[in-house]
Design a protein around this ligand. Structure first.
Ligand code: SF4
Ligand code: SF4
Length: 188
């Protein structure tokens, strides 16, 4: 199921279209325009479309959200759900939520489906992350971890510990030394 959540290229699922939706023009980071997540693109007319459609950046042209590119039901249409689903580069699922309805992801059928994806992806070391503006929440099978503000390039750290019924998973941000270690030259 998650394999069908394309957000980079691909084609709309047969019979699906964006319609009057412009949700990705609000909730997503658009690097080419230096547009932060959670604010309207200056070229968007909410509910109508893009004012520079023929000249819009490549990252806008190639984007198809998870609703548009999969068989997910109409309840997931971003206009109704206030959630834009994306397959992240690591193969996990990112659910970007409109800050005007920050708890939308906790409703049915969304939350049970996010938990199901979390259970399905965890053995592959892939994760489900909810983003509301810059805030990130990692949805793990047993518990959700609100990680606060996180840049999109920051990796998640998932730790495991033995529990009474098997391993217990916990999500956290990288520690303060991460950036220095990541930029240090590799030892030969
Ligand atoms: S969020 Fe999805 S359905 Fe809405 S405009 Fe963007 S790609 Fe289309
Ligand atoms: S340039 Fe157009 S398609 Fe891209 S985010 Fe802005 S309004 Fe949306």
């Amino acid at each position: 199921m998650t394999g069908a959540l394309q957000s980079d290229g691909g084609s709309p699922w047969p019979g699906k279209s964006c319609g009057s939706c412009t949700m990705c023009c609000k909730v997503l980071l658009i690097a080419a325009l230096d547009k932060p997540p959670g604010t309207w693109c200056p070229h968007a007319t909410p509910g109508k479309g893009c004012g520079i459609y023929n000249e819009r950046p490549h990252e806008c042209r190639k984007f198809h959200c998870g609703y548009l590119s999969s068989e997910l039901s109409e309840e997931w249409h971003p206009v109704k759900s206030k959630i834009v689903l994306m397959a992240d580069p690591s193969g996990g699922v990112t659910a970007v939520v409109d800050a005007s309805r920050p708890d939308a992801w906790k409703d049915k059928p969304f939350y049970p489906q996010l938990k199901a994806w979390a259970r399905q992806l965890l053995p592959q070391r892939k994760y489900v992350v909810v983003r509301i503006g810059k805030r990130a929440i990692c949805v793990l099978p047993d518990q959700d971890y609100d990680l606060g503000p996180m840049e999109q390039h920051e990796p998640l750290v998932i730790e495991t510990a033995p529990g009474p019924n098997g391993p217990v998973y916990r999500a956290r941000k990288p520690d303060e030394g991460y950036a220095a270690r990541a930029s240090a030259p590799a030892k030969t």
